[in-house]
Design a protein around this ligand. Structure first.
Ligand code: PMP
Length: 308
């Protein structure tokens, strides 16, 4: 699926797609200091559309910028509104939203970003199931990565920084080259951390377990699933676990804005549970998709409704 649309929002204005360009001396292009988000908009059952947990995503985006010492020339509300405007400009009733705050060019090169301007772009594009439509039902095959997830004092793991994703790209491309769908990364002490772009959950005897917010990104889907699971009556624990605990789990699944809830059917050639989406994954998937489509009034505040 292509990413070409009509307009991209850049520094406060809607710019035709072809003209949304940057100079080759853009600081972020050389040193990776850019912060970004991945947000989804869904078509609701009542015919309107909604951006899922837009405020939480913008809050994380501005938090990432703060961690990196970037002074953002737009407010929370301006950025949130710009996301919706970009969807509308492209006549998109659903899709993926990618805000990127980056350091521009023209003033200085070298590691210190110096007086280069802090710039903002927001692109949108249609995006179906990230790991394939079939993956949402059948589950995916993954491997433990040969690459370790960042140490918390090597990279800022709570910030969604472009440079952090070099590690993700290495893990993802290695996994694909080896015939798997996705990678599972361990933290520097050897405990399970997360996927290249997803948080991870396991289920054993009805108890749901996910790694605590140590070296992982504080996923907004992760938070949503924990909330929904508790409401459905499941016990959820945030606790470190090892790869062999995943091998022995009844179920395992990834969560993320792009991946939504994707069951994991195999890790390192060990079949997990029954080898397809288990009952907990199915129940949570159903609850999650009801919420994003606006069918659960109790979670109306997770949705920023819009129409074209
Ligand atoms: N971990 C990493 C490394 C990610 O890139 C993502 C995707 N943003 C996630 C977890 C899941 O986060 P979220 O549910 O907020 O999309």
């Amino acid at each position: 699926m292509g990413v070409r649309t009509d307009f991209i929002w850049m520094d406060g204005a809607m710019v035709p797609w072809d003209q949304a360009n940057v100079h080759v001396l853009t600081h972020t292009l050389h040193y990776g200091v850019g912060v970004f988000e991945g947000i989804r908009a869904y078509e609701c059952t009542d015919g309107s559309s909604a951006v899922f947990r837009l405020n939480e995503h913008i809050e994380r985006l501005l938090g990432s910028a703060k961690v990196m010492g970037m002074k953002v020339p737009f407010s929370h509300e301006q950025l949130a509104e710009a996301c919706v405007e970009t969807l509308r400009a492209n006549k998109m009733t659903a899709g993926y939203i990618r805000p990127l705050i980056f350091i521009g060019s023209g003033e200085a090169m070298g590691v210190n970003p110096g007086p280069n301007p802090v710039r903002v772009a927001i692109a949108v594009w249609p995006w179906g199931a990230y790991l394939g439509a079939e993956a949402l039902e059948r589950g995916i095959r993954i491997c433990t990565s040969s690459y370790t997830r960042h140490h918390v004092n090597v990279m800022m793991t709570k910030a969604k920084v472009a440079g952090n994703y070099v590690n993700s790209v290495l893990a993802k491309t290695e996994a694909l080259a080896d015939g798997y769908d996705e990678a599972l990364l361990l933290d520097p002490t050897g405990y399970v951390a997360e996927g290249s772009g997803e948080n991870v959950f396991i289920v054993k005897k009805g108890v749901i377990k996910t790694p605590p917010l140590t070296s992982i990104l504080a996923g907004i889907t992760r938070d949503s699933l924990i909330t929904l699971a508790k409401e459905l009556g499941y016990e959820v624990v945030e606790q470190l676990f090892t790869r062999d605990e995943v091998y022995m789990a009844d179920e395992a699944f990834f969560s993320g804005t792009a991946a939504e809830l994707t069951p994991i059917r195999e890790l390192d050639r060990r079949v997990i549970g029954e080898g397809h989406a288990g009952p907990v994954a199915k129940a949570l998937q159903a609850a999650f998709f009801k919420v994003v489509k606006g069918e659960t009034p109790a979670y109306a505040n997770w949705l920023r409704r819009y129409s074209l």
